[in-house]
Design a protein around this ligand. Structure first.
Ligand code: ADP
Ligand code: RBF
Ligand code: MG
Length: 169
């Protein structure tokens, strides 16, 4: 996938509320503007990378892109589970992510338990892969820490930053 690493950011919006309640694995959902901006060669499936909420710390993440075949969603979603325990929800905040690698395609499962087990495997794989030096260095990218001239101002929250701009990283 030539578009990886792929940098984007956007506002955290509400989904169906299933992640926390049914799976015990909350996922911060991006708006359509971010989903629709994905390059054509970023296929649906499960990715790992780095994420930060607002100006906060950078954490490991796993992301699911697609239609959640287990739930048969009709709308394509892009949802990030940040591998960190937050004190409270962060709806409306800006989530910045860099997708670093691909894990697997989305699939359906015979039970909720099987879906949860698969996601927990993805989390373990992400934790290990992100320790590789070539992946770890992306955590310290200017994208998360501010612009090269030292300003830490974030771009507007409702639109994603286009890959054309972010490719400079
Ligand atoms: P929704 O369907 O609205 O996305 P979820 O049950 O998936 O609901 O919960 C997602 C929300 O939980 C996020 O928008 C965020 O505000 C909050 N949250 C708390 N901890 C995390 C985390 N570690 N990763 C992602 N979201 C989290
Ligand atoms: N949903 C699926 O239907 N099939 C999957 O294979 C699948 N894999 C996921 C992997 C990860 C790492 C995450 C965070 C989510 C995954 N989901 C998958 C999405 C899950 O169904 C969704 O997060 C919840 O429905 C809450 O929106
Ligand atoms: Mg969610």
């Amino acid at each position: 996938m030539k578009s990886l690493p792929y940098f984007c950011r956007g506002e955290v919006i509400r989904g169906f509320g299933r992640g926390s309640k049914e799976l015990g694995i909350p996922t911060a959902n991006f708006p359509d503007s971010v989903v629709d901006n994905l390059p054509a060669d970023i296929s649906t499936g499960i990715y790992y990378g780095w994420a930060c909420v607002g100006n906060g710390d950078v954490h490991k993440m796993v992301m699911s892109i697609g239609w959640n075949p287990y739930y048969k969603n009709t709308k394509k979603s892009m949802e990030t589970h940040v591998i960190h325990t937050f004190k409270e929800d962060f709806y409306g905040d800006t989530l910045s992510v860099v997708m670093v690698g691909y894990i697997r395609p989305e699939r359906s499962f015979d039970s909720l338990e099987a879906l949860i087990a698969a996601i927990n495997n993805d989390i373990e794989e992400a934790k290990t892969k992100l320790e590789l030096p070539e992946h770890r260095k992306l955590r310290d990218d200017n994208f998360f820490t501010g612009t090269p001239n030292g300003s830490s101002a974030l771009p507007p929250t409702t639109t994603s930053v286009s890959q054309t701009i972010m490719n400079g990283h």
